[in-house]
Design a protein around this ligand. Structure first.
Ligand SMILES: [Zn+2]
Length: 67
């Protein structure tokens, strides 16, 4: 497992906030991107990150509700 002290030094390349370890991945606490950990090495690349499914999209915001 990843060293907590090591984790503290990692940050989302987009938001510069700390990452939360979750099921072998690192999750950004702000944008929700999930960065893979390969062979114990976190891959902090935006192009490698998975966006959250129910997504916090920076541009659309909340989906407008219709009657
Ligand atoms: Zn982020």
């Amino acid at each position: 497992m990843l060293d907590p002290e090591f984790l503290k030094r990692l940050a989302c390349p987009e938001c510069k906030v700390v990452l939360r370890p979750e099921e072998g991945k690192l999750v950004c606490t702000r944008c929700g991107r999930r960065f893979p950990v390969r062979d114990g090495i976190p891959v902090l690349l935006l192009e490698e990150a998975e966006l959250p499914a129910g997504g916090t999209q920076p541009a659309g915001g909340r989906r407008p509700e219709r009657c």
